[in-house]
Write a protein that binds this ligand. Sequence first.
Ligand SMILES: C[S@@+](CC[C@H](N)C(=O)[O-])C[C@H]1O[C@@H](n2cnc3c(N)ncnc32)[C@H](O)[C@@H]1O
Length: 251
Amino acid sequence: MLITNIKAAIRNPIKSISLINRKYFQLFRTSKDEYSSYVHSWIYGKLKRKHFSEIFGDKQPDTLILKSPFSGTFKMSMTINEIVSVLGLVKHFGCEKILEIGTYDGGLTLNIAANTPESAQIYTMDLPEKVNDLSIKIASLNNNKSDFLKVGRQFKNTPFSNKITQIFADSGVFDFGSLPNNFDAIIIDGCHDYNYVKSDTENSLKIIRKGGIIIWHDYGLLKDVTKYIDKLSKSYNISVITGTRVAYLQV
Ligand SMILES: C[S@@+](CC[C@H](N)C(=O)[O-])C[C@H]1O[C@@H](n2cnc3c(N)ncnc32)[C@H](O)[C@@H]1O
């Protein structure tokens, strides 16, 4: 195979250089696709990315429902690949009691509701309308509070809204003990500052059931999130799914 490739490269040197450049260096090439440039910026993190099938083999869910698949906001919402991966985890682990920190427009919440049984209970938390200062001091760049009118917009007035409970609170001061315990899954996607990700994770570890899963978004893209997860991975077995910024841990 190698010899055949070398022979082909000698016969077509310009094409070969161009292919090698595209694959490894990308000199003088800028993608006109803003999505591919964005994915290119997911540069942080020590953890090896693994394909869903590499992790779950033939135990992967074969059917998922996608609701409003094109309604997300570029760079704010999860990508379709990420939504599918989170839904895959929720289905694979049979999660019904789920908490999401960081609702935004509710695109992921809606999809989780559509892929879980009628008995599922989904809690989703976002900041209240008026917030003077966040409870944990953060770099101003890390303030990602969204427009309050958009929060949960995608699931409101849908047949799924009866499964969803909205919580308006700053996760840094919220009393997680006031929630039912033994969650099957908790998704951490609120404030991405290091101390918030740490606090949200530590709180989640107190209310997740044994065998439940904690999912983080933005591994690889955001330095603070990535740094915290890399540190945590010294004590826990954390996996990251290829083509996504989704990291997860089964407790
Ligand atoms: C990236 S968005 C979440 C996206 C959503 N999970 C999805 O997949 O569509 C982050 C959300 O976290 C909220 N947020 C930021 N800081 C927060 C905090 N301290 N407590 C609760 N929510 C927070 C923001 O208002 C924003 O709506």
